[in-house]
Ligand binder design. Structure first.
Ligand code: ATP
Ligand code: MG
Length: 393
């Protein structure tokens, strides 16, 4: 193979210049892709989509509209459309039996796997969008210094995220509760705690606090910091970096439920074994050695980025089913081209407007994510039911 150019030694100053050039490009790219205001906007819903969301037929929507107490939407040409927040009002009313009951707390779900690129962020963001469409109030906490979830929400980690927009002040001890960092997002019903590279500092701040104060439990910092959010939100979703870092341990310790996205490849399967092994070692060292314990309401293994007709993945799928048994969610997320275009990569399947692409490809991806959200919602509802029962008992 030809060498592209004579090799050139790169100094730290060169790297700094390079970093600045790519960061500036990101600003331009975002401005070009999210015209005209460089702000994202959520899609609108048709009558059919609204009916599907509320699990009723279109006639029921038309009939219910005559009462006049729910948003009527607006006519666009000859079809009626509802904004995302109007659709959520309908969902809360028509799906009222699925909403958080009085006395129940918000459920924290951590999406984690220390392998990179397994679809953690995609899973966290689509789950946040799917649950909010179903009427739940969602907080998305981005704990990955890469800020990928933050970027998907149309916020640039490098240029637009400051210390106090992130969980960093919680980890340094400037705040005890994360509420200071909660901001609304472009998507109604989802609030956001952003991440940026500065969050790497937590990997130093947390062990330093532990050294100064032996009574400090670094792994409980986030769990304690979510007290207010657990009453303000129905669901808290945490996206984590691809490592078992101090921050990831906090996210797992704060979780009621864990979702481990896992592509059916041999290396990813092997890595997942190490993840659980290391995690249980850590729990023994930190928690059980102190006579304490930690349990999860649910742990879900989600087969992600599954390639249809791939012989290797069907073998590994068998390993996953055998190894993880009933933890494996009965839905597979197909590897899909729906978010493969450059501009769509700044969003998820739920951001795409209707008819923006091949209908069958879109439906296949969308149906899988809808089912994932439905399965997770069922588990959340089961936890709430238990909470309410134990209150009464
Ligand atoms: N079902 C899918 N089909 C095709 N591409 C996908 C799918 N899910 C995710 N991707 C793509 O795979 C890449 C990695 O996804 P994502 O960022 O969600 O992974 P991650 O686990 O959060 O990565 P990281 O470890 O860097 O945080 C992205 O480009 C994303 O668009
Ligand atoms: Mg990610």
């Amino acid at each position: 193979m030809d060498i592209k150019q004579p090799i050139k030694r790169q100094s730290l100053a060169d790297i700094e210049t390079q970093a600045a050039r790519v960061a500036a490009m990101m600003g331009h790219i975002r401005a070009a892709m999210l015209p005209p205001t460089a702000k994202k906007s959520p899609p609108t819903l048709s009558a059919l989509q609204l009916a599907q969301l509320c699990n009723v037929d279109k006639a029921k929507i038309a009939y219910r509209m005559t009462r006049g107490d729910l948003p009527a939407g607006t006519m666009q040409g000859n079809r009626r459309e509802w904004t995302m927040s109007a659709a959520q009002q309908w969902a809360r009313e028509l799906r009222s039996s699925h909403m958080r009951p009085a006395g129940a707390a918000g459920i924290t779900i951590t999406v984690s796997n220390f392998k990179g690129g397994v679809a953690k962020t995609t899973t966290a963001v689509t789950l946040a969008q799917g649950l909010s469409m179903r009427g739940h109030k969602v907080l998305l906490v981005d704990l990955d210094p890469q800020g990928s979830a933050t970027t998907l929400f149309g916020v640039l980690p490098d240029a637009e995220v400051d210390h106090e927009h992130t969980a960093m002040p919680l980890f340094t001890g400037e705040h005890d509760d994360l509420s200071y960092a909660v901001r609304p997002s472009y998507w109604p019903g989802i609030d956001l705690v952003c991440a940026a590279p500065l969050l790497f500092g937590a990997e130093f701040a947390l062990p330093a606090r532990q050294t100064r104060d032996a009574g400090f439990e670094f792994w409980r910092c986030l769990d304690r910091g979510l007290d207010q959010a657990r009453s303000d939100f129905d669901v808290i979703i945490i996206d984590t970096p691809p490592s078992l870092s101090y921050v990831t341990i906090n996210a797992l310790m704060a979780a009621d439920g864990v979702i481990l996205p896992l592509p059916p490849s041999a290396l990813d399967f092997a890595s997942s074994a190490q993840f659980w092994d290391l995690f249980s070692d850590l729990c023994n060292q930190l928690i059980r050695s102190r006579g304490q314990d930690k349990s999860f309401e649910f742990i879900d293994v989600l087969l992600s980025r599954v390639e249809a007709n791939d012989a290797a993945s069907s073998v590994v799928r068998q390993w996953v089913l055998e190894g993880y048994g009933d933890k494996v969610l009965p839905i597979e997320i197909p590897k899909t081209s729906v978010t493969a275009t450059a501009s769509a990569e700044f969003g998820t399947v739920y951001d795409l407007p209707r008819g923006s692409m091949n209908a069958r490809t879109f439906a296949r991806a969308r149906d899988a994510y809808d089912r994932m959200c439905e399965l997770v919602e069922q588990q959340i509802e089961a936890v709430w039911a238990n909470q309410v029962e134990s209150l009464g008992g």
